[in-house]
Structure formats: structure tokens, C-alpha cells
Design a protein around this ligand. Structure first.
Ligand SMILES: Cc1cc2nc3c(=O)[nH]c(=O)nc-3n(C[C@H](O)[C@H](O)[C@H](O)COP(=O)(O)O)c2cc1C
Length: 338
């Protein structure tokens, strides 16, 4: 019997696959199916800073109707109906989800700056969230903003959320920070118990006929796993913070790779949209098969075996891999040409 049980953010989990934040978890029936298929926890879809700010302003506006002072300030925010769930609906859904399944339910807050909206983490905790996942997505579009400014803003936000709740907080990080180990160390100091590697961005596409910039969403492919493996392998064993890999986890092989890099947990969204929720069960069966074939009694004995600190030659994680990959490609090209 293979042992899949583990701990993430201090929570006891029955296995390595957590369902990451996606609208699939907006249905209680789906959450039950996730548990039945073997998911060890579910992260609910996010509530957004903009949405919480907008709801607060709309409430104020209702209270102060007639002052006409709020309409202009609302202009830059999306319409409330564009959001999937209002905050009250979200909290109700969280309570019902907690009652419907035995696995932990994590709530997700999504924002970039510290502000009054952060207090919503407390309400999520009170509604039964086992942990908070804080998705931080700040974009520098202004020349005066430095990387150091963005990092300070992030750390202030994380510290503010961590101080407002007792449940553990995981930070879902953007991939585009320069010194990930330094930043993750400071996130740990700010109170984060885990980091999710990484957030996936949805850059807009250009329509060259209508000259429009429009939102696009493509599901991930396993090739997106590689930068996650790289950073998990570099971070593993150096910090006292849990590592989750999200992005490009589609198969048992992907789960194994993430664990071998050092992940304590893996997350799935796109694979479930593509193959259905029951895909989790198939991946767990494939994992079991692989581990039995390799005579492993626990998945976790593989953890970190391909991390930077475990391999004899660390050059694949440094510039060595870059140089080797490029030079081997040009050699192949030359052979093909002759
Ligand atoms: C349709 C869809 C909606 C998503 N909504 C959220 C969200 O509200 N909050 C969040 O943190 N991530 C959200 N994500 C990102 C996923 O949680 C996940 O991190 C990302 O898709 C990478 O994992 P994957 O390769 O398994 O899809 C969403 C992803 C998809 C496909």
C-alpha cells in the first residue's frame, strides 16, 4: 500500500494533488467529485481586491446616496456583475463547501496592494477556510516603479494578511521575480507558510483586423512545468516554507517530477478542465503503478531527489544548462545540414 499522505501549511492531506483555484469549484457537486476522485484539498476561486473595493464603495454609495461623490471613482473598475461571486455568496459557498466534504477548503484572495480589502481574509477564516491562498499579481507599467518597490509592496501585503488571520497563508507568486530565493526567504519572514510556484498570466492578444486588444485564456500544457521544476529544485531544502507547484501538472509523470524537484504538493486546474475532474483518480492510479514498479512504499521518499542540493552536478540549474542546451542544439542543426 503506497503512502500518499502529507502535510501542507500544517494541514494533514491525504495525497499530493490539490485542486487549484478555478471556477470548477464554484459547484458543490464538483467539490464532492474532487474529493471522491482523490483531491486532497481544494482552493476556491479568487475574490479580487478590485471587487472587494468596489463592493465596499457601492455600499458606501448606497448609504450616502445623493452626494454624487462616488460615481467617478467607480469608473476604472470592472462592473460588479463581471465578477463570478460577490463576497456574501463567496462566504456562503465556503461554509457549504466545508460542510460538504472532509478535505480542507482553502479560500483565495487576489490582489496587489495593502488596503481595507485585506480584512476579508478574516471573514474567510471565520467562514471556515482551512488556509488562505494569496494570489499576488502586480504589473509594473510605470517607469518610476522599481522591482524593489514591487517587492516591498508584496511583502507589506503578505505581512498584513498574515497578521490578520490565524490560519496559514500561502502566497501564489508571479514567475517574473529576479531573485526568487531571496524573495521567498523574505516572504517566510513576513509570515507566509507556503509559496505556490507560480501564478499563470493571461496576457491579452491582439486582433490585427479590428485593432483590438482582447483577453485570452488558454489552458496550460505540461511544458509550463519546467520553470516551476527549476525554481522548486533551487528552493528545496534551503527554507522553512512549503512548496506547491501549480502550472503544467497534467499527469503522474508531472506530479513525480514536481515531487522530485522538492514540491510538497502539486496543483491542477487545466488538466481538470480538459479531461474532467475524475482525471485526478487516473493520475493517482498511474502514480501508484509507477511507485510499485520502482518498489517505493511512499511517494515522499522521492521528494527532492532531483533538487539542486541533491544532484552531484548543479550546473543544469545554473548557466550550465543554458549553455549546454543552446550548444547541443546548434550541433544537431549542423549534423542535419550535412
Ligand atoms: C479558468 C481558470 C480560472 C482561474 N481562476 C483563478 C483564480 O480565480 N485565482 C487564482 O489564483 N488562479 C486562477 N487560475 C489559475 C489556476 O489556479 C492555476 O494556477 C493555473 O491555471 C496553472 O495551473 P494549471 O496548469 O494546472 O492550469 C485559473 C485558471 C483557469 C484555467
Amino acid at each position: 500500500m503506497i503512502d500518499f499522505s502529507t502535510q501542507y501549511l500544517g494541514l494533514k492531506l491525504k495525497g499530493p494533488i490539490v485542486v487549484s483555484s478555478t471556477p470548477l469549484s464554484e459547484s458543490l457537486d464538483n467539490i464532492r467529485r474532487m474529493e471522491d476522485s482523490g483531491a486532497s484539498a481544494v482552493v476556491l476561486t479568487s475574490l479580487f481586491e478590485e471587487q472587494l473595493a468596489l463592493e465596499a464603495r457601492t455600499l458606501d454609495e448606497d448609504l450616502a446616496r445623493g452626494t454624487e461623490s462616488f460615481a467617478e471613482s467607480l469608473d476604472y473598475l470592472p462592473d460588479l456583475k463581471d465578477y463570478r461571486m460577490t463576497q456574501d455568496v463567496y462566504l456562503d459557498h465556503l461554509r457549504h463547501a466545508r460542510a460538504a466534504v472532509a478535505i480542507p477548503i482553502l479560500a483565495s484572495l487576489n490582489g496587489a496592494t495593502t488596503g481595507g480589502w485585506v480584512k476579508f481574509a478574516k471573514e474567510m477564516e471565520e467562514a471556515g477556510a482551512s488556509a488562505i491562498e494569496l494570489n499576488t499579481y502586480a504589473l509594473a507599467t510605470d517607469r518610476s516603479q522599481t522591482s524593489a518597490d514591487l517587492e516591498s509592496q508584496l511583502l507589506e501585503l503578505v505581512s498584513s494578511v498574515c497578521h490578520s488571520v490565524k490560519v496559514p497563508v500561502a502566497v501564489k507568486l508571479s514567475q517574473s521575480f529576479t531573485s526568487v530565493p531571496n524573495l521567498v526567504g523574505r516572504l517566510e519572514d513576513a509570515g507566509a507558510r507556503g509559496v505556490v510556484l507560480f501564478n499563470r498570466f493571461y496576457q491579452p492578444d491582439f486582433d490585427i483586423e479590428t485593432l483590438e486588444v482582447r483577453p485570452t485564456l488558454h489552458f496550460s500544457t505540461p511544458s509550463e512545468l519546467l520553470p516551476r521544476l527549476h525554481w522548486a529544485a533551487i528552493l528545496y531544502g534551503h527554507l522553512n516554507i512549503d512548496l506547491a507547484v501549480s502550472g503544467g501538472v497534467h499527469s503522474a509523470e508531472d506530479v513525480l517530477k514536481a515531487v522530485m524537484a522538492g514540491a510538497g504538493i502539486t496543483m491542477m486546474a487545466s488538466a481538470l478542465h480538459i479531461h474532467g475532474i475524475e482525471h485526478i483518480g487516473r493520475v493517482l492510479a498511474d502514480l501508484r503503478y509507477w511507485l510499485e514498479k520502482h518498489e517505493c512504499s511512499s511517494l515522499w521518499e522521492m521528494r527532492g531527489c532531483l533538487s539542486r542540493r541533491s544532484v552531484p552536478d548543479t550546473s543544469p540549474f545554473d548557466r550550465g544548462n543554458y549553455i549546454k542546451t543552446l550548444s547541443s542544439y546548434s550541433l544537431r542543426q549542423k549534423q542535419a545540414a550535412f
